[in-house]
Design a protein around this ligand. Structure first.
Ligand code: ADP
Ligand code: MG
Length: 399
């Protein structure tokens, strides 16, 4: 279905056309009538499928520009996502009188306060900064019509949950609440439901690895060989842009230090950097001025880097959801993408679970450790209680 077939005002429609948004994506088509009619909603759709515009387009239409008050509130888990989200609203609303603004940690508070006083219709925020302004009485939610949690399952996790509950409890009147994500683990589903009133549910997450445009490569190796393998892999691939994820900040620092001489145009990002530096690196990567970005999970969710052709997991992510979000930084909007995950010995049980849960067909670069361990299990069964003999690599020659 095309946007032009909907009752979207011409000043938004023309902008969408300029942005190249002609056909609606499936999540946009499915959620538009629900949001427009004012229902609460929990929408799940794969990474890079256009969830931001799915929410932003009807949200902008709900705003009455003549009323100088916050009418739409969008909460996101990271600062970079906040910047990206508000930029999308800003673009779509360019020919309207709707004012959108983002508040997030690390940004100048005086500028925030001046802007908020002047008048903002749609506020996009990270939880910390929002709490800060709520406690100091700078914000009023008395005209909020619609509250949105983007990356909702992340915002409802232990670290954020209390803050989110408090923020939502500050909207005292009846309003609409929308949750969006690419993942929703079972233990979070109940919490999600508690935020909603008579909600509609849209789930476009298929029983297959999503998105289909991503190829999932794995390499089983000793940790000390990772760096050589990474460089070898990069040299053999046509890399437009690459994101390399590590599980901890100090690993990001170390890897950057170790490989910066071998690769041109490389940067790193994690929450330990100043906001100025984070924003500058984020902007430079987004505009392709940087080719390789080593990152912590601060860049693991929501960020839309259209030209990322490759994602590398230096470490196996801590859960299957995190795997989906990290690898979802490539293969966006049906483009092709490759994900490579380094696996070491201790990762095998978690890897089995990941492959099973996400229905991934792994492509192994080199040895497939699952085949080896499966064969070993079978042999153990066959041999009964005979003493354990580690795999030697020559098994097939010595049946
Ligand atoms: P998600 O939140 O589902 O991960 P995003 O909202 O970040 O996805 O959108 C992914 C990309 O798709 C963005 O670059 C966005 O500009 C583009 N996009 C969104 N909707 C459309 C559309 N209808 N037609 C073309 N491109 C679109
Ligand atoms: Mg998103």
């Amino acid at each position: 279905m095309k946007f032009s077939e909907l009752d979207i005002p011409s000043n938004i429609l023309e902008t969408l056309d300029k942005m190249g948004y002609d056909e609606m994506t499936p999540v946009q088509e499915a959620t538009y009538p629900i949001i427009s009619e004012g229902h609460d909603l929990c929408a799940l759709a794969e990474t890079g499928s256009g969830k931001t515009a799915a929410c932003a387009i009807p949200l902008i239409q709900k705003v009455d520009p003549a009323l100088n008050a916050i009418q739409g509130l969008v909460i996101v888990p990271t600062r970079e996502l906040c910047i990206q989200y508000v930029a999308e609203i800003h673009k779509i609303a360019a020919k309207t009188d709707v004012v959108s603004f983002a508040v997030y940690g690390g940004f100048d508070k005086d500028i925030d306060i001046a802007k908020l006083k002047h008048g903002v219709h749609i506020l996009v925020a990270t939880p910390g900064r929002l709490l800060d302004y709520l406690y100091s009485g700078i914000l009023s939610f008395s005209h909020v019509k619609c509250a949105i949690l983007d990356e909702a399952d992340e915002l409802l996790k232990v670290g954020f949950l209390e803050d989110i509950e408090f923020i939502l409890s500050c909207i005292l009147h009846k309003h609409q609440t929308l949750l969006f994500s690419a993942t929703m683990p079972d233990d979070i589903k109940t919490l999600a439901h508690d935020c909603l009133r008579d909600p509609r549910h849209i789930s476009l997450i298929a029983e297959r690895p999503a998105p289909e445009s991503i190829e999932h490569y794995f390499a089983y190796l000793h940790p000390k060989h990772k760096q050589t393998e990474l460089i070898k892999y990069i040299k053999g691939e046509d890399v437009k842009q690459m994101l390399i994820f590590c599980n901890a900040r100090h690993m990001v620092d170390k890897l950057f230090h170790d490989i910066r001489k071998e690769l041109n145009s490389i940067e790193y990002i994690h929450a330990g950097l100043s906001q100025e530096k984070r924003s500058s690196i984020f902007a430079r990567f987004k505009t392709r001025k940087v080719r390789y970005l080593i990152a912590s999970d601060v860049a693991g969710r929501g960020l839309d880097f259209s030209h990322v052709s490759h994602v590398v997991n230096w470490n196996l992510p801590r859960g299957s959801e995190q795997y989906t979000h990290r690898t979802g930084r490539t293969g966006r909007m049906g483009r092709k993408g490759k994900a490579l995950t380094f696996i070491t010995k201790n990762d095998i049980p978690n890897l089995r679970e990941l492959i099973h849960k996400k229905k991934i067909t792994p492509c192994w670069i080199g040895e497939d450790p699952l085949k080896v361990t499966d064969a070993h299990q079978k042999r153990k069964k066959r041999m009964g209680k005979r003493p354990f003999r580690p795999y030697s690599g020559n098994e097939s020659k010595n049946p």
